[in-house]
Design a protein around this ligand. Structure first.
Ligand code: HAM
Length: 429
């Protein structure tokens, strides 16, 4: 196939054999969020470029080099969203749904776009489920976000494989004082810093803490620590969060170098990381952004949220083999009909059964075929039972009920009794 007719590098098809696990993941999250009282919001995938520049920050990797930006036909600069927070803030402001201190607990799911170098766990189109909470400024809500992800990891069976890293970036005032101290310290080591860090020192000094360069990391060992610059408000907030995590029994490590790659954070930042995925080990990340709404033209409105990467979490479920049995089996019953009359009767019978058992996964063989080939398909479908409808069965108004997984002999079941019989044989989800 010519290259221009292939999918774009880093943008993947999610194939039919993969979608059951995606739906299991998304369904588990959606149910959990319903139970915690979060409401779904859906934003467009494309926004004005300015929105992302203003919120994520001009001097960030995302805005400097990773955005898919293009001119619309009428000359507006538009960008495929690289993340969800900016658009969510835009939406709540535009619709006035956080006005007057109204609390909003929102979540979204969908594709995000970043022109990064693709590798395992890192793609150019990837998918996030994100949460954003507005108008709650206490550490209790920061804790709730972390507690619900902890529950999610438990439900998915991956709790032992993830670790929580926490930090506080403080209020913008305390961060300003820390930035000054850090710049003063790093300036005395300027010639020993790697090139990227030298550049960041001028443009976005906190991001130097994030460096992967070993020499710069060594210098940073003696750098001033953010924790020593936190004002009382930030310190109390952070202590409050830690006390709540301790109360629930969620382990965490404080990582003073955790600064995050987006500029809007203040106070709490956190990441859930794993060593099961290689280099791209952050499966969920977020924090507080108390200044963002105001910076985007709204009234001061505290905000906090996070987003998780669906590809990475699905990869984890595969790696740790946490794939529930019911999603590896997609079919409960497979109906094989032989001959034209049987096919018509089979269709009507299948619909009657579906009326009575709406959750039954009943597949009807499409297209004629020999006895042998239909059975092969029934077996391959993974179904527990085959229903057989041929001339003999038609004459007696019964179906042959054949266990496919070694659960006994074939029986004849009257059409009228079929749904009741299936209900006793199959435990439905
Ligand atoms: P982020 O750290 O940029 O934060 O992304 C969140 C998560 O999305 C990452 O931890 C990772 O699991 C996933 N992710 C990011 N980039 C890629 C990629 N190229 N390929 C695959 N997965 C990826 C945000 O986006 C913030 N909006 C989170 C937030 C919400 N903060 C507050 N509210």
């Amino acid at each position: 196939m010519s290259k221009s007719l292939q999918a774009i590098r880093g943008m993947n098809d999610i194939l039919p054999e993969q979608t059951p696990l995606w739906r299991h993941f998304e369904g588990t999250v959606a149910r959990l969020l319903d139970n915690y009282g979060y409401k779904q919001i859906r934003m467009p995938i494309v926004e004005f470029t300015e929105l992302f520049k203003r919120s994520i920050g001009e001097v960030t990797d995302i805005v400097e080099k990773e955005m898919y930006t293009f001119d619309d036909r009428n000359g507006d600069s538009l960008t495929l969203r690289p993340e969800g927070t900016a658009a969510c803030v835009r939406a709540v402001l535009e619709h006035g749904i956080t006005g007057g201190g109204q609390v909003q607990k929102l979540w979204y799911v969908g594709p995000m776009f970043r022109h990064e170098r693709p590798q395992k766990g890192r793609y150019r189109q990837f998918h996030q489920i994100g949460l954003e909470v507005f108008n709650l400024d206490g550490p209790d809500i920061d804790a709730e976000l972390i507690v619900l992800t902890w529950r999610l990891w438990g439900e998915l069976g991956i709790r032992d494989a993830v670790k929580l890293e926490l930090n506080s970036l403080g209020t913008s005032e305390s961060r300003g004082r820390y930035r000054e101290a850090l710049v003063a310290f790093l300036s005395t080591h300027l010639d020993k810093l790697d090139e990227d860090s030298q550049r960041r020192l001028k443009t976005n000094p906190l991001r130097v803490l994030d460096t992967k360069n070993a020499d710069t990391q060594a210098i940073l060992a003696d750098a001033p620590k953010m924790a020593d610059y936190l004002d009382d408000e930030s310190r109390l907030h952070f202590e409050g969060l830690k006390a709540r995590l301790d109360a629930v029994g969620i382990p965490y490590v404080i990582n003073p170098k955790l600064v995050r790659g987006l500029d809007y954070y203040s106070k709490t930042v956190f990441e859930w990381v794993t060593d099961k995925l290689g280099a791209q080990g952050t499966v969920c990340a977020g924090g507080r952004y108390d200044g963002l709404v105001e910076q985007m033209g709204g009234k001061p409105t505290p905000g906090v949220g996070f987003a998780m990467g669906i590809e990475r979490l699905v990869l984890m479920l595969e790696t740790l083999e946490q794939i529930p049995e019911e999603i590896s089996r997609q079919v409960d019953v497979y109906l094989c009909a032989f001959g034209e009359a049987a096919e018509l009767a089979g269709l009507a019978l299948a619909e009657r059964v579906r009326d009575q058992l709406p959750n039954l996964r009943l597949q009807v063989n499409a297209g004629a075929g020999s006895f042998k080939s239909q059975f092969k398909k029934a077996d391959k479908s993974g179904a527990l039972y085959a229903l057989i409808l041929g001339d003999d069965e038609m004459a007696q108004q019964v179906v042959g009920f054949k266990p496919l997984r070694g659960q006994g002999e074939q029986q004849s079941i009257a059409w009228d009794a079929l749904a009741a019989h299936l209900a006793t044989c199959i435990v439905q989800g």
